[in-house]
Design a protein around this ligand. Structure first.
Ligand SMILES: Cc1cc2nc3c(=O)[nH]c(=O)nc-3n(C[C@H](O)[C@H](O)[C@H](O)COP(=O)(O)O)c2cc1C
Ligand code: SF4
Length: 449
């Protein structure tokens, strides 16, 4: 097991810090006090020194993003901080644990970030299904307000209605404005014209939570953790066929092999490793031998032809049929496509249909060519990366496991003969639908603190 320092989960000792007094007892609110004595430019400089890069998937440098916002004297419109707590990428479940276990570190990060971009309005857009997380945040917000710690900042907790696309930053802004959750064309980027056409920083929950320890320890000190180009720690969501799935905070650069075998206890049920999806369902797959060699950071994973994405590591054992995996992943993107652009709306559906045909044993070699051709016509032709994600993921399964696709075609059916198991790996879309009932609709959609 790793003895890496915990930064995001520091002081929790495996539990949760949901009472303000308990959070203060482990040094909580130090960053807020410090930040209030700093100028906004000094806070941004600390973030730049830390080299923190966004934890939502795109890995964009946080300090640089903030520096793009115009100063209030350049643009007098209100400036907004919007926190992306929509967490819906299959395999990703870290932000929910951050909100549940360190809500004050997260909200403290919101207040520090708001000061950095000279904003007094923060919106936290939280996935609708995250009810417990929402309630923990409501309680934490009330505790901060009771102590007058919010200053002149208003924090609005806004519950989404359960659409993956609303995690895409501009679709999220549309949804927050009460419009249909569909991406906007960029430019302009949110830093220039975001929420209500005003300068807006959109950041992920983990990014914002990490701002707090960066101000506590100093950016340069934080940058000593991890590896070059991927500083600091990361909360990895480990799932699939491992003995101990869960969220693990580890430094960037940690060997993927050690995450699976030491931290995660190895492959469950005495099976063998077949493949790993290293950064959420949208990232290209790695074979077992590739997974043995890589470390969990931007450079190592890029060199291996994949990406760190949302740091959701999905482990697949030898029972996984790659065509079935393709069907599930493609169905997810088809289901979540907002339909705004044709290549994605039509292409994701088409990819699923071809994959289903191959899985059922009715596919031909021409269908396999068509699958890749459709993917090529989706990839790079869409407004946002959702369509690309489907095409890229499916193409990687074919590239790495072509023999298995050919076996389906040549044997006229799945070579696993019903023994393939994808239990706990990318739930089929009907499971999503079953969980999307309106049971919680009587809860407030918004809380203002
Ligand atoms: C289809 C799609 C879904 C996304 N979902 C999320 C999400 O659930 N949470 C998140 O933080 N970022 C998500 N992103 C990335 C956001 O667009 C954005 O890059 C991120 O919130 C920026 O925060 P960061 O710089 O702190 O990472 C998604 C992107 C796409 C294209
Ligand atoms: S790529 Fe898909 S999800 Fe993204 S805007 Fe186009 S149709 Fe919508």
């Amino acid at each position: 097991m790793s003895s890496a320092p915990e930064i995001v989960f520091a002081g929790t000792d495996g539990g949760a810090l949901t009472e303000l007094a308990a959070y203060e007892a482990v040094g909580g609110l130090t960053a807020l006090r410090r930040a209030r004595e700093m100028t906004p430019a000094q806070i941004v400089a600390e973030l730049e020194a830390s080299q923190l890069r966004g934890r939502g998937g795109a890995f964009f440098p946080t300090g640089r993003k903030w520096s793009f916002l115009p100063k209030p004297e350049q643009n007098p419109r209100p400036h907004y901080l919007v926190v992306n707590a929509d967490e819906s990428e299959p395999g990703t479940f870290k932000d929910r644990e951050i909100m549940l276990r360190v809500p004050f570190r997260f909200l403290e990060g919101c207040l520090v970030a708001a000061r950095a971009i000279e904003s007094t309005r923060v919106f936290v857009y939280i996935r609708g299904e995250y009810l417990r997380e929402f309630e923990v945040l409501v309680s934490a917000l009330e505790q901060l307000r009771a102590r007058n710690l919010l200053g002149d900042v208003t924090i609005v907790l806004h519950r989404g209605a359960g659409a993956y696309i609303c995690g895409e930053e501009t679709a999220l802004l549309e949804s927050l404005e009460g419009e249909r959750g569909q991406p906007r064309t960029k430019p302009p980027f949110p830093a220039i014209a975001g929420l209500y056409a005003s300068p807006t920083a959109v950041n992920n929950v983990e990014s914002i939570t990490t701002v707090t320890p960066i101000i506590e320890m100093g950016g340069a000190e934080y940058a000593k953790l991890g590896v070059e180009d991927s500083t600091g720690t990361r909360v990895f969501s480990l799932s699939g066929n491992v003995v101990r799935p869960g969220n693990y905070e580890l430094p960037h650069g940690y060997p993927l092999r050690d995450l699976i075998y030491e931290v995660g206890g190895g492959i469950a049920d005495g099976r063998t490793l077949k493949a790993v999806i290293p950064g959420g369902s949208s990232t290209p797959i790695l074979t077992a031998s590739e997974a043995e060699k890589v470390t969990l950071d931007f450079d190592s994973l890029s060199q291996a032809g994949t990406a760190i994405g949302s740091a959701a590591v999905i482990v697949l054992d030898d029972r996984c049929c790659m065509v079935q995996l393709g069907v599930r992943v493609s169905q997810f993107y088809e289901h979540e496509s907002c339909g705004k652009c044709t290549p994605c709306r039509v292409g994701t559906r088409w990819l699923t249909q071809i994959l289903k045909k191959i899985e059922a044993g009715h596919g031909t070699h021409a269908d396999l060519d068509l699958l890749l051709d459709v993917g090529d016509h989706v990839n790079g032709t869409c407004l946002c990366p959702l369509g690309d994600s489907d095409a890229i993921a499916v193409a990687s399964y074919v590239a790495k496991f072509r023999e298995e696709f050919l076996q389906h075609i040549e044997d006229g059916g799945c070579p696993f003969h019903g023994t393939s198991s994808l239990d706990g790996i990318v739930a089929p879309t009907d499971v999503h639908e079953a969980h999307a009932g309106g049971a919680e609709i009587h809860r407030p959609l918004e809380v203002v603190g």
